[in-house]
Write a protein that binds this ligand. Sequence first.
Ligand SMILES: Cc1cc2nc3c(=O)[nH]c(=O)nc-3n(C[C@H](O)[C@H](O)[C@H](O)COP(=O)(O)O)c2cc1C
Length: 223
Amino acid sequence: MRGDDRGYLLHSFLASRSNQRADIYGGSVENRCRFPLEILDAILTVWDSDRVGIKICPSDDYNDSTVSYNEQLETYEYYIGELMKRKLMFINLSRRGCHLGRDQDEYFKSAPRPSGLEIPANYEPLHHFGKMIKFEGSPTLLMVNHEYTVSEANDLIRAGKIDLICFGRPFIYNPDLISRIRDDKPFATNDRGGAVNYGPYQDINENYNDWPSFNASTQRVEI
Ligand SMILES: Cc1cc2nc3c(=O)[nH]c(=O)nc-3n(C[C@H](O)[C@H](O)[C@H](O)COP(=O)(O)O)c2cc1C
């Protein structure tokens, strides 16, 4: 289930800054979480819980979804607790909005947080919520994403802090991403700007199927 990040519809219910409702879907933590949980429960009437995953991003700031640090902790402690009761296949915890200091492109770059809604410099949702999802006997796998490197991913997996990690944009810029990971080759970075993520393009392949791959024999990237 997607939409619990990036200020999309379900996320906008979770955040008090975007959710101004005065009915049972607004106000308290339980009320703000009600609509996403109802959607999830409707999905679970169709698919078994071990076939359903959800992506969430407590620290996100898209579309007025920025909330205070305290609200993040309070809302997501309750929300993740409710998600865990549903025994989902995985929870994808995104760290968009955190101070990573290495945004890959301007499209995904976070805006400065408004005064009073700052988060601690070293905060990442994984540090606070990871243990709610990843523990011995947990029915739910913990996936993380957003601006990760392979080395960070390996460290987190080896430390037993996560089960899965996903890469998004590097798959666009690296047609051979899997073999680069396997062969310990560096990723190509995006040197074409954030607009490449969604277009528009002149040609169907432009910025999508025209990125060079890494040639093992020459150690060079080739088109
Ligand atoms: C072209 C494009 C399409 C995306 N579509 C989705 C989507 O449908 N669902 C989703 O959860 N995230 C989507 N994302 C966000 C990515 O899943 C991911 O959260 C983001 O790219 C950050 O991870 P990264 O640093 O590994 O790229 C999309 C990203 C891009 C660039």
